[in-house]
Design a binder for this molecule. Structure first.
Ligand code: ADE
Length: 355
C-alpha cells in the first residue's frame, strides 16, 4: 500500500474516533494500572463482558498495591466467569513484581513491561500507547484483519509474512502525536465497522481505500483459521452432607490453577462415565462413593475443548480426607470460592433444587 494512502487512512481513523469512540470505563482516566488491567481482561474476552468485571475490579483493587496485597483466592473469585484464569494469576503476579521490583510503578519501557508475567508484545504496546502516549502501533487480530482487507492481502492473519506486512502498514498509517486515539480507533473500527463476519462496507468511511471491498473479497480476507473442537467427557461427584458440599482445590499451576472443584476427572476413551466416577473417587479420595442419582449432563466450551460433564449426587462410603485442599464447604458460602464456570452452573442448579 502507498504511504500516502496509509497516512490518509490513519488521519481518517483518528477523526472518526473523535466523534464515534465507544464509551468504555478504562478510557476514562487511562492510568497505566487501569490500562494494564483492562488489556489483561480484554485478551480473549469481548468488551461487553469485560465492562462489569473491570468496574468491580477497580472497586476492590483500586491500585497496583491493593492488588499485590490481595490473596489469590480473592483475585480468582473476582475473575470468576471471565475464563482463561491464568490471566488472573499472571496479573496478580505482575502486580507483586511491580511492587517488589519497580517501586510500585508500572514500567514505561517495552523491555521491562515484557518481564511481567502474562505481558506479551500486544499488552506492552497497548500500555505504552494508551497510558504513556508512545508512538507505537498496537496490533491484534482485529487490527490485522482491517489492514489485510484494506490492502487486499489474502492468507492467515497469523502467517509470518502477513504479520510483517501488517506491522509495516500499521506503522506507516500511525499519525504522529495521536498514537492512543489511532490505536483505539482501530479497535473500535474492527469491532463496529470492519467486523469479522459481517463487515458494514456500505457505510464505511474507508470504502474508497479498501481493496477487499473493491474486489468483493471482504468475506474471504483473512482466511479463517482451522479450528477443531476436541471433545472431552468428564464426571463429577456432588457430595452433600449437612448443608455442605465437598470440594477440592486444584494445583497452583495449570488449567484453573488454584480454583476449587468437585471431585471427578476425565472419562477414558472406552469407559462408561459411571465407571469412571467410581474409579476416580477410589483413586483420589480412597473411597468409591456410591452414586445415588444422576443430576445432570451439561456441555461447556473451554478454548478448543467441548466438555460434556456428567454429574451424580453421591454418598461417600467412608470418611473423606479433610486438609488444605479438600473441604466441606457450606452451600451458602460457595460464592466466596472461585469455581470454573461449569462447576458453578452445576452447583447453582443443585443449590436451587435443594432450597
Ligand atoms: N480490545 C483490546 N483492547 C481494547 C481496548 N483498549 N478497547 C477496546 N477493545 C479492546
Amino acid at each position: 500500500m502507498q504511504k500516502r494512502s496509509l497516512q490518509t487512512i490513519g488521519r481518517r481513523l483518528v477523526k472518526w474516533y473523535g466523534c464515534a469512540a465507544r464509551d468504555l470505563p478504562w478510557r476514562v482516566d487511562p492510568t497505566p494500572y487501569r490500562v494494564l488491567v483492562s488489556e489483561f481482561m480484554l485478551q480473549q474476552t469481548v468488551v461487553g463482558t469485560v465492562i462489569g468485571y473491570f468496574d468491580r475490579w477497580m472497586t476492590q483493587f483500586p491500585d497496583v498495591k491493593a492488588l499485590a496485597a490481595a490473596s489469590e483466592r480473592r483475585v480468582l473469585a473476582l475473575w470468576q466467569g471471565l475464563g482463561y484464569y491464568r490471566r488472573a494469576t499472571n496479573l496478580h503476579r505482575s502486580a507483586r513484581m511491580i511492587v517488589a521490583d519497580f517501586d510500585g510503578r508500572i514500567p514505561d519501557s517495552r523491555a521491562e513491561l515484557l518481564k511481567l508475567p502474562g505481558v506479551g508484545p500486544y499488552i506492552a504496546d497497548a500500555v505504552l500507547s494508551f497510558a504513556f502516549h508512545r508512538h507505537v502501533a498496537v496490533v491484534d487480530a482485529n487490527v490485522a484483519r482491517v489492514f489485510m482487507r484494506l490492502a487486499g492481502r489474502e492468507g492467515l492473519a497469523t502467517a509470518g509474512d502477513v504479520r510483517r506486512d501488517v506491522a509495516a502498514w500499521t506503522d506507516a498509517a500511525l499519525p504522529s502525536g495521536h498514537s492512543s486515539a489511532y490505536n483505539q480507533a482501530l479497535m473500535d473500527f474492527g469491532s463496529v465497522v470492519c467486523r469479522s463476519r459481517t463487515p458494514l462496507c456500505t457505510d464505511c468511511f474507508l470504502r474508497d481505500r479498501c481493496e477487499a471491498q473493491r474486489t468483493g473479497r471482504q468475506y474471504d480476507i483473512p482466511t479463517p483459521p482451522k479450528r477443531r473442537l476436541k471433545k472431552i467427557r468428564t464426571v463429577a461427584a456432588v457430595l452433600i452432607r449437612e448443608g455442605c458440599v465437598y470440594l477440592r482445590r486444584r494445583p497452583p499451576t495449570g488449567l484453573f490453577a488454584g480454583m476449587w472443584e468437585l471431585p471427578g476427572g476425565r472419562v477414558d476413551d472406552a469407559e462408561r462415565p459411571r465407571a469412571a466416577l467410581t474409579r476416580i473417587c477410589r483413586d483420589e479420595l480412597g473411597t468409591p462413593c456410591q452414586s445415588e442419582r444422576k443430576l445432570t449432563q451439561l456441555v461447556h466450551h473451554y478454548t478448543v475443548h467441548e466438555v460434556t460433564l456428567h454429574a451424580w449426587l453421591c454418598t461417600p462410603t467412608e470418611r473423606l480426607p479433610e486438609d488444605a485442599t479438600h473441604r466441606w464447604v457450606p452451600l451458602d458460602e460457595l460464592d466466596a470460592y472461585p469455581l470454573p464456570s461449569a462447576e458453578r452452573k452445576l452447583l447453582d442448579t443443585t443449590r436451587g433444587s435443594r432450597q
